[in-house]
Design a protein around this ligand. Sequence first.
Ligand code: GRF
Length: 192
Amino acid sequence: MQPLAIFASGAGSNTARIIEYFRHHPRIHVALIVCNKPDAGVLAIAAKEGIPALLIEKERFFRGDSYVEELQKKEIGFIVLAGFLWKIPEALVRAYPGKIVNIHPALLPKFGGKGMYGRFVHEAVIAAAEKETGITIHYVDEQYDHGRPIFQAKVIVETGDTPETLAKKVHLLEYEHFPRIIEEVADLQNHR
Ligand code: GRF
């Protein structure tokens, strides 16, 4: 069994789908939810599902040990970022080379980087009069939204779309593709 950790600090709707997808999976299981916000919706999901949660603090994450030992103690072999807004420190990237993936709600390299999250992304897409937007799933390196892309899916931006309607369309793409891509990448890592 490959224990996987999800780093998430938002509502956790992707996390809920990922948990569901791997519930009876023969090789991969969601072993830990890592979160930096004590009031995040994702913690309620972890509690309901009986999945251990680790609430992390900034100082230790960025200037301490980045919780690497804690993750290794729990035998976490793969990390999924699903709405986690902090940059991943070098120590963690080095401990998990090619084993951390993120989902971004736009077609990177456009509309990525610090401050480009949630509603801000969709507002920027509309302001730029983009004809399409979508999702990017990519490996994580030390820079925001920068690592090697793994998968993209697109959706049309229609006249009259608002940040809210775009967010809905993009979320649907995330639910459709993210769990399956996680499975593919985690399996690939297992066979190395
Ligand atoms: C998703 O849109 C994801 O692309 C982004 O953060 C959002 C998380 O939403 N990185 P949720 O917490 O999974 O509902």
